[in-house]
Design a protein. Structure first.
Length: 365
């Protein structure tokens, strides 16, 4: 549906992207993540046609309708909620206003009558008679009750304005939906509810969706494929599970999630680093190679003394709600483990435990 070929963009002679090739498949949801300044939002502007690349091209199938979530929450303060949503199909909205203006005349000319007939025909073809009911359904699906549907946008708080703009982007069942930080203005609980709702709507109507987010959890939970931007390239393009569990590079392994990072030498399924011999299993590196090992905090299991692979002492416990982050001293090194809060209750600061590595990503240096 969208093909990106040899895309490049330069700012002041410096490359932001170079030789980017991607294929966005119909009906899939893509989450784009990356560090600040990686060019995520700029890439989305190129996809939408708002910015011309320095080289390469973006190809979209003919008669494909694209919708973009607007970022300016106050841009529609002069309109009511229903009109704002219907503006998601700008042509439909314009036809409606043209019709209203013609019918408001005290006397219509023959020319006005012909024009009204043409407008009515196009209005029907675009689904105009169902527009308000469709808009209402989307708004209600996003938690905006019918009592607000004809209120002025200026009366809504920021959270509701974001929801209305999301409804606008979804209105008319576009073929492609582009979202730039769509849920960033919402509090955590509402944001998580919206993630589920947006994903449900996206699947129901089969929109090819591309969204940018700084929230890795949002990308992992909503996307069919996660794209990680770094150094002017897409360095990961895979399912959320593969990107998280089996990253292709040390940068990706460190960037996504929270990891313990150790450098040492790989020998017979272990990484020897600063006096520690961490069992990491068989890896695609040669014995004796200098490596960087990354162990997700949740992949470091805590066991009673004598039952694990390494001995450690608990130095601190940080309560995070559903989980607790444990700070451990293991020899001369500090490691971190993330475990469910209930499992951490009996563990006390200063107590000794054993550790077991449940999974690791190892890359040659």
């Amino acid at each position: 549906m969208i093909t990106v070929s040899d895309l490049g963009l330069q700012y002041s002679g410096q490359p932001l992207f170079s030789h980017v090739d991607l294929q966005f498949v119909k009906g899939n949801c893509y989450g784009i993540i990356g560090a600040n300044g990686a060019g995520k939002s700029t890439f989305l502007k190129i996809l939408s046609g708002d910015l011309e690349p320095t080289s390469g091209e973006v190809s979209i199938l003919p008669k494909t309708r694209m919708s973009v979530l607007k970022q300016d929450q106050n841009a529609y303060d002069a309109y009511n909620v229903m009109d704002t949503v219907i503006m998601g199909n700008q042509r439909l909205y314009e036809i409606g206003k043209e019709k209203d203006a013609l019918y408001a005349k005290e006397e219509m000319t023959e020319e006005d009558g012909i024009q009204a007939c043409l407008l009515e025909e196009e209005f029907a073809e675009l689904g105009g008679w169902e527009a308000e009911s469709d808009a209402s359904r989307i708004l209600q699906g996003l938690g905006i009750g019918v009592e607000l549907h004809y209120n002025d946008m200026s009366t809504l708080d920021a959270r509701l304005k974001v929801k209305v703009l999301l409804a606008q982007a979804l209105f008319g069942s576009p073929d492609i939906l582009l979202l730039d930080e769509p849920l960033s203005a919402l509090d955590r609980k509402i944001r998580e509810q919206m993630q589920i709702e947006v994903r449900r709507i996206q699947r129901e109507i089969g929109i090819t969706t591309v969204f940018v987010t700084h929230d890795q959890g949002e990308a992992l939970s909503m996307a069919d494929r996660v794209l990680l931007m770094h150094g002017g390239q897409i360095i990961e393009d895979n399912t959320p599970a593969e990107v998280y569990l089996h990253p292709k590079s040390a940068f990706a392994a460190d960037f996504i999630g929270a990891s313990n990072v150790l450098e040492g030498r790989y020998e017979h399924g272990r990484v020897n680093a600063g006096g520690l011999a961490l069992p990491v299993g068989e890896q695609a590196v040669s014995d004796g190679a200098r490596v960087r090992a990354l162990i997700k905090e949740e992949n470091l299991a805590l066991l009673p003394p004598g039952q694990g692979d390494l001995s450690a002492r608990i130095q601190d416990k940080l309560f995070l709600g559903q989980s607790i982050r444990i700070t451990l001293r293991c020899g001369e090194r500090i490691l971190f483990a993330l475990i469910p809060a209930r499992e951490a209750e009996p563990l006390t600061v200063g107590s000794d435990v054993d550790l077991r590595v449940m999974g690791a990503s190892v890359f040659a240096l």
